[in-house]
Every structure is written in C-alpha cells, then in structure tokens.
Design a binder for this molecule. Sequence first.
Ligand SMILES: [Zn+2]
Length: 369
Amino acid sequence: MKLKWLLGLVTMVSALGAAAPDDPVSRVRAWREQHEKQILLELFDFLKLPNVATNKGDIERNAQALTRLLELRRFLPDRIATAGSPVVIAERRAAAARRTITFYFHYDGQPVDPAEWTYEPPFSPVIVAEHEPAGRTITLSSWNDKIDPEWRIYGRSSSDDKSPIIAFLAAIDGLENANIPLTSNVRVVLEGDEEAGSPSLETVVREHGGRIGGDALIMVDGPRHASGRPTLFFGARGIMSAVITVYGPLRDLHSGNYGNWAPNPALALAKLLASMKDDEGRVTVDGFYDDVTPLTAEERKAIEEIPDVAPTLMQTFGFSKPENQTDRLELRHNLPTLNINAYEAGGGVGGQGRTVIPASASARLDLRL
Ligand SMILES: [Zn+2]
C-alpha cells in the first residue's frame, strides 16, 4: 500500500472564539447551545440501536435509522448492499456549489461484553457526571438545566463513531436554522463493517465512485486530541496484519527430558521479533522506510506548534518513557509502524502450564503503512 503521510494539526479555535455575534459561526453556535438536549436525545436514540456487524438484523435497523435521519435533512440517501453490512450513501446538493465535499463515517461498533460495563449495559447510553466511586449518572430526558461539557456519555459507539454522525447532522441543522446556505454539495458515505477491516468498502467505492467522490474527503473517525482542541489530520495510514508462526518439534516435548536440547520455537520467535526493531523503536526490516517522504520544514513546524500532550498521556497510560525518546508522538504518527499485538505458544500463559517445549509459536502483527 502506498504510504500516505499523516500530519496532525490542532486548529486555532481562538479565531472562532473572537467571532462577532452575528457571523455564521456565532449564529450556528447559538442554535447549538439552544438545542443541546435535543441533539443529545437524537444521539441517545441512535446509540440504543445495537450495532455489532455480525448481527444482520441490528445492522439493518441502524441503516434504516440513518436513512431516516438523512432524509429529514433533505439528503437523498441510498443503501448499497454488500456481502456484509449495507453502505449508506447520500447527497445534498447546494444551489450555487462550486465543489463537492464527501464525509465518511462508520455506524458499526466493536463486539462488546456487557459484563464489563460499569453503569449501564452498552446499548443503554447514560451520562456520567461524576466517575467512580461516587459514580453520579444523569437521566437526560428529565434534565432541564445546562449541559456540562465535562460530562461523558457511556454507550457503545458513543465516541467511535456515532457521535460524529449526529454532530454532522446537527451542524447541517444549525446552518439551516441560521439561514446559512451550503456552499458545497455535501455527500456522505456511512460504512457498517469498519471494525471488521472494511472488507466491502473498496468494491463499493470502485463501483459507485461517481456518487461518492468529491473534491475533498473528510474522514470523521478518529481520536480527539488530548488537549481537548479540535483536530484535523491530513492523511491516514492503512493497516496490514500478519501472523508469523515458527515451528519446532513435530509435537510438544517434555521440557525435563528434552529442554535445552530440542529447539524451542517460542524462543526462536521471540528472537525473530526482537530483531525487527532496535532499542530506539526503529524498524530494522530491510526497505521498511524506503518510500517514506520526509516531512517538510513547514510540516515539522506545524507539528512543533501542537500542544505536547506526551506527559499527560504517559501518566494516564502508566509508562515512563516512549519507545523513541527523541521524536514526539505526532512525528511517530508520520512513520509506518510494526506492532506485535498477540503472542502465543504452549497453550498460552493462562493455560494449564504444562512443562513442554511447544511444537509451535505464533505472533500476530499489525503494520500501519
Ligand atoms: Zn472508528
């Protein structure tokens, strides 16, 4: 896959904050402030729809809800059937538009275990105003005071990626209610198999590109910057997965009888993986960085101006130093990665703990390219 370089920029919101009260941003903001509860109630209705892609009935209900939400905003939606979940596309044309902007979202969520949820089950969204041990939750339908932006919604896909869909629709409503006409045709593409690695999206884009493409594509699916400021990422890396298996003896062998004599594939795999990266986190596989386009001075400067959130993140995640101590996180975002995400041999550490030389050892890797 061709490498595409990622540059995170935290936009300067102060300019928006200084806007005059009757400019478009202020008018839309005023509408949003008056309709926060209504926007959240629409989000909650959407979050109540289970959306694990393997359950076709659930996914269909999500696609139907999206169709309805888009029709309400005078978009013309269409559902494209795939081997998996339907892809919902829609367009709203603007009278004097000179360009077309496409927005991408996904409406499926990761599989979920309700037993791991603290407040409510995953598809019963709830506002948490105060975390454990106090754990104060708020019932939105009976809430009539101001909405505190520090509250958090707990519900499957509330962050990834359903809130962005409702936020987008609310932005359309805000513009409409402030009588601000769209200056671009707006298209949306809503996928229902993103969490499964988007197996059908490429085919859909190839076959229906004429109804999806635009002058710009905005993917509304990514983390909020830890500084809390709005963030634009220019570009995105793709992902490739690999499983590496090293084979040893034909069957598991007794480690008392044959240990330190028969070759151990778990050790061989550990050495192989260890050889793929140096102590600075640089991948040592030949040619790995060959087609990396170096950042320009301007891009580096833009990265330097992003608030450095590394200390906060490291404290949150509980480690004291990153793999590479020279590059900041956003510079690492601009390089391909090699990551070990699972490793197993001999039945796993949680298994019965047999004293064997395992017959094989496997690791699963993901590479962001
Ligand atoms: Zn996502």
